[in-house]
Ligand binder design. Structure first.
Ligand SMILES: NC(=O)c1ccc[n+]([C@@H]2O[C@H](COP(=O)([O-])OP(=O)(O)OC[C@H]3O[C@@H](n4cnc5c(N)ncnc54)[C@H](OP(=O)(O)O)[C@@H]3O)[C@@H](O)[C@H]2O)c1
Length: 260
């Protein structure tokens, strides 16, 4: 099947690398126009040009920090003046690994700002347009860390539990407006973020990152991390009309980890 997102426009935050970039490419391949966001303008412009050239779709690059309400208002205004936004993907996020007693309040707060308050700012800015247009899709990048506990990342798990909570509440509130809201909860995805937090976890446990990776991989039936395109495939489905009765769910992408 192709052109599953033909005629739609998607805004993806944190689109310059990792999962966001994989989703941007997968959406463009299925015929969506794109508004792409991240803080680093140069990289964002490069990614926008690359996707435009490869998929021959319209792409608007809107740099800005999604933790800042003023930046988000500007992004939402410019995006909505360009096209009606049918699909919002709240993907931008950060991870700071640390044992609970070692976190500074500033670190804990910055994880909450990047992973939770960004979802509040961006979603609140774009929802009125979706409601006025008669519907839309919102996809929030949570994590398996939003479904269970993990050592040495209480800020991250708290933030991702909050994202799952917002998803469920918004799904109820927005159903009458035909705006469907779902979350994706992947296990470890092969991105820069994962490389960074594996180093942090390994240091906290006093073992090498390679030893930790081997230990983690032996605990999951598929024996490896998730690849970004494997998350993007689910995002395309949730963004498309094929998922028109799927609402308020937090989709686990864990290679069978939770069945053990
Ligand atoms: N990797 C994993 O194992 C994993 C597992 C489950 C869930 N997730 C979630 O999936 C999402 C993407 O993760 P990833 O691994 O692809 O991360 P990543 O490789 O670190 O990429 C993060 C992206 O977000 C952007 N970003 C970060 N903070 C931002 C801000 N304040 N405003 C705008 N853009 C911002 C970054 O660009 P700039 O730095 O230029 O802004 C970058 O494009 C996150 O929400 C993450 O928590 C990841």
């Amino acid at each position: 099947m192709t052109n599953r997102l033909a005629g739609k426009t998607a805004l993806i935050t944190g689109a310059t690398r990792g999962i966001g970039l994989a989703m941007a490419k997968a959406f463009a391949k299925e015929g969506a126009s794109l508004v792409l966001n991240a803080r680093g303008q140069e990289k964002l412009d490069d990614v926008a040009e690359e996707i435009k050239a490869e998929y021959e779709m319209e792409v608007l690059a809107l740099p800005g920090d999604v933790t800042r309400a003023e930046s988000v208002k500007r992004i939402a205004k410019e995006a909505s003046e360009w096209k009606t936004i049918d699909i919002l993907v709240n993907n931008a996020g950060i991870h700071i690994p640390a044992p609970f007693l070692s976190y500074t309040f500033e670190e804990f707060k910055s994880v909450m700002e990047s992973n939770v308050y960004s979802v509040f700012h961006v979603t609140q800015a774009l929802l009125p347009g979706m409601i006025a247009a008669g519907g839309g899709k919102i996809i929030n990048l949570a994590s398996t860390a939003g479904k269970w506990g993990s050592r040495n990342q209480s800020a991250y798990n708290a933030s991702k539990h909050a994202v799952v909570g917002i998803t469920r509440c918004l799904a109820l509130e927005m159903a009458p407006h035909n705006v469907l809201v779902n979350a994706i909860c992947p296990w470890i995805v092969n991105t820069d973020m994962a490389a960074g937090f594996m180093d942090g976890h390994a240091a906290a446990l006093g073992i090498s990152p390679a030893a930790l990776t081997e230990k983690m991989n032996s605990s999951v039936p598929l024996g490896r991390w998730v690849e970004p395109h494997e998350v993007a495939g689910l995002a395309v489905y949730l963004a498309s009309d094929e998922s028109s009765y799927i609402n308020g769910q937090a989709w686990t992408v864990d290679g069978g980890y939770t069945t053990i």
